[in-house]
Design a protein around this ligand. Structure first.
Ligand code: SAH
Length: 251
């Protein structure tokens, strides 16, 4: 069996000798698009059992069966980081979800804020983007994409012990760099970062009422992303980079 050229996310359990039936669109992708056939190898992961090299044992147009032969990677969980963001235009929202999955977010939460332009998101489409991103970046974990919720609800149900990196554009050029947060708190005590979330606002930014509420929360840390105002999609990537470097798995 040659090395796997395709990585595929499946829901099915994976393990030594485990048979994995394919769904119709997966069979179409492997055999119709990627031109694989029986005997070829595929890398499978399901977010729980690591990555497995599997062999194609049955290949038809709309059906197929794989068998797991060897585990090639254990499951690697990202740090417990949520990305909370206000959805923007469709393509840019897709970009944020894709990048968040690549950069190692554990959960992705679109939220409606006072100035959010979109009233709804297609959760299933965004989840599919997260799956695709994990397939291509070698990840063994797929972050859950939640349905659109109101920011005030998310804050009202805030889980105990989770810190919030509040990216506030009114701090642009200010001195609230993440390094200050890191130098101050738990990170210095030699523990892991613990649970965190990053919050990125919409194109219109945060309202004064939202800003006041967020600033008053004991778990919130106001952070500037430098002297320029970034677009929300840029801000999401920049904030995740900073966090991963300071507190996450890039250290
Ligand atoms: N229209 C707003 C900008 C919104 S930018 C204005 O002109 O003020 C979209 C989001 O990206 C912001 O809500 C914030 O979360 C983040 N962001 C962009 N630039 C930032 C910066 N320099 N510091 C902190 N957050 C920033």
């Amino acid at each position: 069996m040659k090395d796997a050229k395709v990585r595929l996310y499946v829901e099915h359990p994976l393990g030594e000798g485990q048979t994995v039936p394919l769904e119709r669109d997966q069979a179409h992708y492997l055999f119709g698009v990627m031109r694989l056939g029986t005997g070829d190898a595929v890398a499978l992961f399901n977010g729980r059992d690591g990555e497995w090299r599997a062999e194609v044992v049955e290949a038809a147009k709309r059906r197929g069966v794989l068998v797991c032969r060897a585990r090639t990677q254990p499951v690697r969980m990202p740090p417990d980081l949520w990305l909370i963001f206000a959805p923007i235009k469709k393509a840019r929202t897709d970009f944020i979800v894709e990048k968040a999955a690549e950069m190692g977010a554990a959960r992705i939460l679109p939220v409606q804020t006072h100035y959010t332009n979109s009233e709804r998101v297609r959760q299933d489409r965004l989840q599919a983007h997260a799956v695709e991103a994990a397939e291509q970046c070698g990840g063994t974990f797929v972050p859950e994409v939640c349905d659109l919720q109101r920011l005030d609800r998310v804050l009202a149900d805030w889980p105990e012990g989770r810190q919030l990196m509040f990216c506030d554009e009114s701090e642009a050029g200010g001195s609230s760099a993440l390094s200050g947060v890191v130098a101050s708190k738990a990170a210095r005590e030699g523990q892991g970062a613990g649970p965190w979330a990053i919050l990125i606002g919409p194109e219109g930014g945060f309202s004064d009422a939202e800003r006041d509420r967020l600033r008053a929360l004991p778990f919130a840390h106001v952070v500037s992303l430098g002297p320029r105002i970034l677009r929300a999609d840029t801000a999401a990537v920049a904030a995740m980079t900073l966090w991963q470097m300071a507190l996450g798995d890039w250290r």
